[in-house]
Design a protein around this ligand. Structure first.
Ligand code: GTP
Ligand code: ZN
Length: 196
């Protein structure tokens, strides 16, 4: 998990606002000019929202399950879950969609919880591969279904707004466990359902 492990006490809000002022001055502006007066507090508030995933335990979303589904045995897929994350190399946005599927064994989980799972991992500093693996392994470990499939498509703004400056590229990552990894029919069913 990419939660910080070596920070005994997180910096205070005041210290975080001071860091924003330093960055504003370093960039070439003057943090004391009127237009920037409230910017440090807005930035700190935005960071609290963008990185609220550090304050959440994604496993907890998956503990409430339902078993009264009249023997439903097919794949459950929640498609097109939009997310915004930030890359851990440049703190630039990663904007994309996630598709999360699982093959139930005896229990299902509330559909919104799959979107919550995506959102929690997105709201941490990420690389796309790790975020994909974390969603899949958490769902597999906590719900213990027959298998999990996760596919993420995203644009990395560190590639489009700086550096190599290529716009419109889409990075696709997948992670499969259980039946989706071992059984070609189950895997194909996932890709078929994604086409609908
Ligand atoms: N594998 C992977 N790479 C990522 C992700 N997000 C950003 N990157 C890449 O991380 C790399 C960091 O490369 P470095 O050479 O250390 O940094 P840099 O000099 O800023 O690289 P450039 O972006 O090429 O200017 C870049 O190639 C980014 O495109 C991600 O989610 N997964
Ligand atoms: Zn980056």
């Amino acid at each position: 998990m990419n939660k910080p492990t070596n920070i005994a006490l997180p910096p205070s809000r005041e210290e975080a606002m001071h860091a924003v002022k330093t960055l504003l001055d370093w960039a070439g502006d003057d943090h004391t000019r009127p237009g920037l007066q409230d910017t440090p507090q807005r930035v700190v508030d935005a960071y609290r929202e963008w990185f609220s995933g550090y304050l959440e335990s994604p496993e907890e979303y998956l503990t409430r399950t339902f078993d009264d589904v009249d023997g439903y045995q097919d794949v459950v897929l929640v498609k097109d879950i939009p997310f915004t994350s930030f890359c851990e190399h440049h703190l630039a946005p990663i904007i994309g969609t996630a598709h999360v599927a699982y093959l139930p064994s005896d229990r299902v989980v509330g559909l919104s919880k799959l979107a919550r799972l995506v959102r929690t991992f997105a709201r941490r500093l990420q690389v796309q591969e790790r975020m994909t693996a974390q969603i899949a392994s958490t769902l597999q470990d906590v719900l213990n279904p027959e298998g999990v499939a996760v596919l993420i498509k995203a644009e990395h703004h560190c590639m489009s707004t700086r550096g190599v400056h290529v716009h419109g590229t889409e990075t696709i990552t997948t992670e499969m466990t259980g039946a989706f990894r071992d059984d070609p029919d189950t895997r194909n069913r996932f890709f078929e359902l994604l086409k609908h």
